[in-house]
Design a binder for this molecule. Structure first.
Ligand code: HEC
Ligand code: HEC
Length: 317
């Protein structure tokens, strides 16, 4: 993959690289401010929960010195996707999460609480193992998310308004993976790398990433929400490129399809998801389905015909 194939693109890449270094610098500043916590597991406090979401690789990662603490299968952080550790309003914010649980989960087929939901991301987004429900780490993460709910309740209406581009509007067509590759080369590659591998913060993988991987062996697995084209496109339109989100709906849609056309870890037992298959999201990229649309259409769209099919099914007597 080449970026410097002319006099025009090179300065653009240089400007983006400068932005990337600023973003990385901010990240490192936040990180070192919290280093005084020390490596010992802390008590089950909201503050410890906040570190767990930011420095997940250090506390729960695959290189943890205690093999029993290697719950995560990647060196991603929860905050790689839940930006600003979920503290600001906007896409994948965790500010209002506490009010949404327990709830009926279509994916699991029953009522699930906040701890189950955290373990959903542990097993999919983090490609790892579920934390014991009564572990210090689980209770700390839950307390942190509950505290965010209290903070949200006290926020002024102005502060509750996300600072994001207009919401993603789904294009009524099949996503174009080749067009997505071009968007990737021009707008993402500079931070996320030639092979989507990201950039580690230091030579020690437990220090996590400055720019997280988007595919490959250390990324989220194929059962994660981010592998759904619409979920990824919504996030990318709202939040990427980092610090400068300005993609069109079409660009966000295509680049989401490109990222998810690359290899990533495989989750076992995905066919057990959605015991009631009519509740499966139209853009779930893995079978089985309760309809006859081709697998590729569930991966790349267009999604409107699939949605209409299920709406008619519901209306039928
Ligand atoms: C690869 C990206 C990614 C990573 C990493 C990730 N998540 Fe998530 N998380 C998501 C997506 C996508 C959703 C679902 C949003 C939706 O349902 O549309 C989600 C949903 C959640 C929810 C439910 C939010 C709500 O309001 O309903 C919680 C809680 C959560 N994640 C916690 C975590 C924790 C804790 C970690 C780290 C152990 C983590 N996540 C890591 C992508 C990620
Ligand atoms: C300036 C650097 C930069 C650019 C350019 C950039 N990103 Fe990111 N991206 C980040 C950072 C930083 C994070 C994680 C934030 C954190 O850890 O606090 C991130 C996180 C993500 C995530 C969620 C985490 C993961 O590992 O999957 C996705 C998806 C993503 N970016 C996609 C994109 C796409 C698509 C583009 C191009 C349209 C893009 N990014 C451009 C810096 C960048």
């Amino acid at each position: 993959m080449r970026l410097d194939n002319g006099n025009i693109r090179l300065p653009v890449a240089a400007v983006i690289t400068a932005g990337a270094i600023v973003a990385g610098g901010l990240w490192m500043a936040e990180r070192s401010a919290s280093n005084n916590l020390g490596p010992e597991p802390a008590a089950a406090t909201a503050e410890y929960g906040r570190y767990l979401l930011r420095q997940t690789a250090e506390y729960l990662g695959p290189n943890h010195e205690n093999p029993e603490m290697r719950y995560s299968g990647t060196h991603l952080a929860c905050a790689s996707c839940h930006l600003d550790i979920g503290e600001k309003p906007g896409t994948l914010s965790l500010l209002q999460t506490s009010t949404r649980y327990p709830r009926d989960s279509g994916r699991d087929g029953g009522i699930r609480d906040l701890r189950d939901r955290i373990n959903g991301c542990m097993q999919r987004s983090m490609n790892g193992q579920p934390l014991p429900r009564d572990s210090v780490e689980m209770i700390a993460m839950e307390k942190y998310i509950l505290r965010l709910g209290d903070q949200y309740a006290l926020m002024s209406d102005a502060r509750k308004t996300p600072i994001e581009p207009p919401a993603f509007a789904e294009p009524d067509r099949k996503a174009n993976v080749d067009a997505g590759r071009l968007v990737y080369e021009q707008r993402c590659y500079v931070c996320h790398g030639e092979n989507g591998e990201g950039l580690q913060a230091t030579a020690n993988p437990s220090d996590g990433y400055v720019f997280p991987p988007l595919w490959g062996p250390d990324s989220f697995n194929n059962g994660a929400g981010m592998t759904r084209v619409l979920t990824a496109a919504r996030f990318i339109k709202a939040r990427m490129p980092f610090g400068q989100p300005d993609l069109t709906d079409d660009q966000a849609y295509d680049v989401a399809a490109f990222i998810n056309s690359n290899p990533r870890p495989i989750k076992a037992d995905l066919e057990k998801d959605f015991p009631d298959l009519t509740r499966k999201p139209v853009d779930s990229p893995y079978p089985p389905y309760a309809d006859d649309f081709p697998h590729e259409q569930h991966r790349l769209g267009p999604f409107r015909p699939i949605r209409e099919y299920y709406e008619q099914l519901k209306e039928a007597p």
